[in-house]
Design a protein around this ligand. Structure first.
Ligand SMILES: Cc1cc2nc3c(=O)[nH]c(=O)nc-3n(C[C@H](O)[C@H](O)[C@H](O)COP(=O)(O)O)c2cc1C
Ligand code: SF4
Ligand code: SF4
Length: 257
């Protein structure tokens, strides 16, 4: 089995790896410099893991799927969507990327994980205790998922009419927000041009032009740069400066706060 994931800040990577370790799957980020065509030819069952944005699939993942659409024909697909709280049909949204009958969805599940939107006043930073709780619950859920899959049980989280309707409340508004966000990256005055954001942006959306960081209207709103900038000098879409940053579960657990 092959697991492919996109992860802005590490949560989806954690889930993808947890699953892959449990079932012995090969696990790769869609950002990797890999021969995906070769891998897709080799495996009949593929798991995809991503964070939900506004109950929908990140553009970077949608574009990856569109690029490899031919190779995905006839595959059995497992979907894992990570979210901070609720997406309604964030896992089902992945099925919308395919024509009816193109792939067979054999499992879909949501995983609640720490929030990575670090610059809205309503959302608190995830502390160590909370992170441990997310991790514990994710492990329990993954055990059930793996047991289901090994026994051929099909579960499709987010595929009910109720879930679809609830997901639609955010999901229908998301395409417009996403389109605006594409070019809505702000570099604030205290940027020190350290180039970290340029190096880590999965969309190559940031460039250093003569010591000034510029954006190329290709942001997928993954929040990686916002959470990593040493000066908290970059914001996307919401332009409130972050007071804290989410550097992933491992870092919070290592820091022991
Ligand atoms: C732009 C954006 C939109 C998001 N929308 C939702 C959402 O609709 N529902 C939700 O529960 N979490 C939402 N989240 C939170 C993330 O989905 C969640 O923290 C996810 O686990 C992050 O995964 P990653 O670390 O792999 O990037 C959103 C995050 C971002 C950056
Ligand atoms: S990571 Fe922050 S300080 Fe460094 S170049 Fe980017 S915006 Fe500037
Ligand atoms: S500019 Fe920042 S938020 Fe946008 S895709 Fe790049 S790293 Fe992600």
């Amino acid at each position: 089995m092959l697991t492919l994931y996109f992860s802005g800040t590490g949560n989806s990577k954690y889930i993808a790896r947890l699953f892959s370790r449990a079932v012995g799957a090969r696990c790769t980020s869609i950002e990797a410099d890999s021969d995906f065509e070769w891998a897709m030819n080799r495996y009949d069952t593929m798991a995809f893991c991503y964070p939900v944005y506004g109950s929908r699939v990140p553009r970077i993942m949608r574009e990856f799927v569109a690029e490899h659409m031919d190779k995905l024909k006839g595959k059995k697909i497992i979907i894992f969507a990570t979210q901070m709280m609720f997406s309604g049909d964030g896992a089902r949204a992945f099925a919308d990327l395919f024509k009816p009958g193109w792939v067979e969805i054999i499992y879909a599940e949501h995983f609640n994980m720490p929030n990575n939107i670090c610059n809205t006043p309503m959302l608190r930073p995830p502390g160590r205790r909370k992170v441990l709780e997310y991790r514990r619950k994710a492990k329990v859920k993954m055990k059930r998922v793996c047991s289901d899959i090994s026994r051929g049980i099909v579960r499709k989280r987010g595929f009910s009419q109720v879930a679809k309707r609830l997901g639609g409340i955010q999901g229908n508004a998301w395409p417009k927000i996403e389109e605006r966000a594409k070019s809505d990256v702000r570099i604030h005055d205290d940027c020190i041009a350290c180039n970290l954001c340029v190096k880590i942006c999965p969309m190559k959306n940031l460039v250093n032009e003569d010591g000034v960081i510029k954006q190329l209207n290709n942001c997928t709103v993954c929040y990686r740069c916002v959470n990593r900038c040493p000066k908290q000098a970059i914001t996307v879409f919401f332009h409130i400066r972050p007071k804290w940053q989410y550097k992933g579960m491992r870092e919070i657990l290592r820091e022991g706060k």
